[in-house]
Design a protein around this ligand. Sequence first.
Ligand code: IVH
Length: 693
Amino acid sequence: MGAAARVAALRRELERHNHAYYVLDAPTIPDAEYDQLFRELQALETEHPQLISPDSPTQRVGGKPLPEFSPVRHAVPMLSIRTETDTEPSGARAFDARVRRELGLGDADAAVEYAAELKFDGLAINLRYEHGVLVRAATRGDGETGEDVTQNIRTVHRIPLRLHDCAPPVLEVRGEVFMSRPDFERYNEKQRALGRATLVNPRNGAAGSIRQLDPAMAAERPLSFYAYGLGEVRGWALPASHSAVLDALAECGVPVCEHRAVAQGADGLITFYARIREKRDVLPFDIDGVVYKVNSLALQQRLGFVTREPRWAVAHKYPAEEALTTVEAIELQVGRTGAITPVARLAPVFVGGVTVTNATLHNEGEARRKDVRVGDTVIVRRAGDVIPEVVSVVMERRPMKDLFMSPAAPETVSLAGGGEPLHPPFALPKTCPVCRSAVERPEDEAIARCTGGLFCPAQRKGALLHFAGRRAMDIEGLGDKLVEQLVDNAIVKTPADLYKLGLLAMANLERMAEKSASNILAAIEKSKTTTLARFIFALGIRNVGEATAKDLARHFGNLDAVMAADVDRLQQVPDVGPIVAASIARFFAEPHNVEVIEQLRAAGVNWPDGAPSAVANSPIAGKTFVLTGTLPALTRDEAKDMIEALGGKVAGSVSKKTDYVVAGAEAGSKLDKAQALGVTILDETQFRELISS
Ligand code: IVH
């Protein structure tokens, strides 16, 4: 095969996998194999630069920063849609009535057919394909002229650089570029951990990313795209309806949202509106409404436009998930690990179906960046089941010190401007608001922490709740309220004190009936018999979650061995790196912690010890296995038990992280994948040799 033919074949194949991965969400090959094909293409293109073309998958990244965006005149203007703000069914009826009137339909005429779809909340983009290849992407701008954002759009993997089996002279696809909620949260979490600025909301994320002059920066922000219409079209057989246009675009490999329907008349629209409203919270992206369009393109043409809005379409909004309220106070929450989180206490406000009274400000950096102050009017937002947050401050309404401040009404809003804000910017105190210990923030971290440890009542409460948690010591009935009272009355200082509680002390607590007191004491007694993994997890060592606790228990077999291990020995445990090892060593180096552990053991907390050496010396400790096909002598469960008994893990699918695949007769795609990834493949005999070595 000549270089040109190989390059073309590689591009087709890579684009096919890309589509499967990003659009269909059904990967067809392992990442490593994709990378290999990609590198082969890159090498060929380096060797034969004349073969590089804009639709090559290698061209998605790597553009140079621009000094500015060039203007692009739209061949067909990009319009907007009229918005219906009546969020009742009457909103849909009003639109249908208008359409029927314009079309001259009477009561006896049939229902009008509509295409109903979601109103995406991002940035409108026009994608121009010439002979099937993406040649230009532009923002809407003023509708007549937009900005050339082709470089940035290329970084959006869901947007095809070449249409599938579809190459008309001109096909302009219009749609919305947006950021999904999970992508937004992940991005912000990463930024927060690095102490960098976060995105205010997914829409700003999308807009900011597309309007970024450096495509490398744009590529860092994961974006999605859904098509909702067409621009200029030449040489493409136009279907008769809008829904058929979207079907045809999907056939060409363009992402089209599955949440759409063809609806008959106003009743059909109302049903769609209600159905999407139910799903709104579980959609992975934000919408602020739905869009109704007359389905027949012929009827659309008959209806035409008023100014810049088509008569055949409307956006029907949902009640807002954002609302205005005021900040009554900014309080600090101290968590189990001492992390200090500023929380805005708000005047109660109804948002997206619930009453919100507080919103997280995440950390000092965010609180200062948003510049939230007491007395401010703020926009709060709630999406799905996430914690409500303050989006931004309405600066015009910030209470100012009036130059002629009346002592009777100090919070007068100064309209004259130029005054000074009534309240200072948020600042984290130098000492813990609960225990007055010093507050520390490592330079490279966003989170400030109280250094008081278990001396701090807030950390103590958190530690006790964690200790008693369902996945830790599982003490039923020991919840927030009770822990609060036990700590505030100095009845319980450490987890060990829980096991010294008597009926008298418990029953004397406020609102505590004797019956429930004895139930809790019984639950505490029952918790004494536990497992080593639960006990280690319950200690609340920083960076030691449930999985690490299990690994530690399995590796060392008994608590004394864990406590005695230095960082090197700790790092021999699968998945324990230097940071986790240091946390563990630090915890056990603290005499106070050791003392509490001794008290717990003395109080009768116990667990069966495991056999450390078998696991610690096991050749497969920490290795990941995948079982496939039928083994000659072992059942799948038997093989799994053997692996786990020796500290190995069994996974369901093959990935780069798989160490061994044990394959028997009629092994299927897992075996193929293992071969493709170069994972060691064993038959039953080899497997037995390995585990007995
Ligand atoms: S159709 C002629 N459909 O809303 C109609 N627009 O004000 C052109 N939008 O700028 C737009 N989802 O960015 C249409 N399913 C959808 C949409 C949608 C979101 C945005 C689009 C446009 C604005 C209209």
